[in-house]
Design a protein around this ligand. Structure first.
Ligand code: CU
Length: 256
């Protein structure tokens, strides 16, 4: 499924889009390039004009002060050109308008909760693409919503070095992020997705993976620990797989 948000903003075409692995990454990349292109354009104009005026009005031997040169203690005689002021204000408004529209477009997308999916899993059961993610010192566990509603416990799976959070590609995956003890922060940095994990509170994030593969999940809130077992070990792997593979994984791992 193509990301419906790609049409929101102009961005690098088409090479960088082909490299995209998740919709949120595209959102942030689009916004980054919008700001960068405008900043470069403004810099070229500002520094170009500055260089032009420095050279044009440089002091030459025998040159005198212009008539409108400011004199200390005296009000300036002329007050500039209205046309220049209008042009400057208009251009600034257009540039800031583009940045505001781009930013709010991205925020809308990031905050909009997509509709649940409906993936037939097992014996008339379905998976609705919603996963409860709970941070513990120092592992994550993932509880798949829908029926059957069971938990993959992070500890034994992680210690067996196959702690996988498996999701299907091309589906809007909705995460409800919370914590069982202290403040954590769930992040899949390849997707540019992060959410605080607080005890007693749920934060919602979502993503849609374009490209199958393994991506690192990490805790981005320093949550303590000692040598050998601590915040820095709070890592898991997100495995994005094609839908048929996800269904067979679900049936063999989650359903018992
Ligand atoms: Cu943590």
């Amino acid at each position: 499924m193509r990301n419906p948000l790609k049409k929101n903003l102009a961005g690098p075409e088409p090479e960088l889009r082909r490299m995209a692995i998740a919709n949120m990454q595209v959102q942030f990349d689009d916004l980054f390039w919008l700001f960068t292109y405008l900043a470069v354009a403004v810099s070229i104009v500002v520094f170009g004009l500055m260089a032009f005026f420095i050279i044009k009005y440089r002091e030459k031997p025998g040159s005198s002060d212009p008539n409108d040169a400011p004199i200390l203690g005296r009000l300036p005689v002329t007050r500039g050109h209205a046309r220049t002021a209008i042009l400057t204000v208009s251009l600034s408004t257009i540039i800031l308008g583009a940045l505001v529209i781009g930013s709010f477009g991205s925020i809308d997308t990031i905050l909009a909760t997509p509709a649940p999916c409906n993936i037939p899993i097992y014996n008339y059961a379905t998976f609705n693409c919603s996963v409860l993610v709970t941070g513990h010192r120092f592992f994550w566990d993932f509880q798949y919503a829908g029926y059957p509603n069971v938990t993959i416990t992070g500890v034994p799976l992680c210690q067996a070095s196959n702690c996988l959070f498996v999701v299907p590609v091309g589906k809007d995956i909705r995460l409800n992020v919370t914590s069982a003890d202290v403040f954590h922060n769930f992040g899949v940095i390849a997707f540019k997705v992060k959410a605080d994990a607080y005890p007693g509170h749920i934060n919602n994030i979502w993503f849609n993976v374009d490209k199958a593969g393994n991506y690192t999940i990490q805790c981005y809130e320093f949550c303590g620990g000692t040598s050998g077992n601590g915040h820095y070990t709070m890592i898991a792997t997100l495995d994005a797989v094609p839908l048929p593979q996800f269904v067979s994984w679900y049936n063999s791992t989650i359903v018992h």
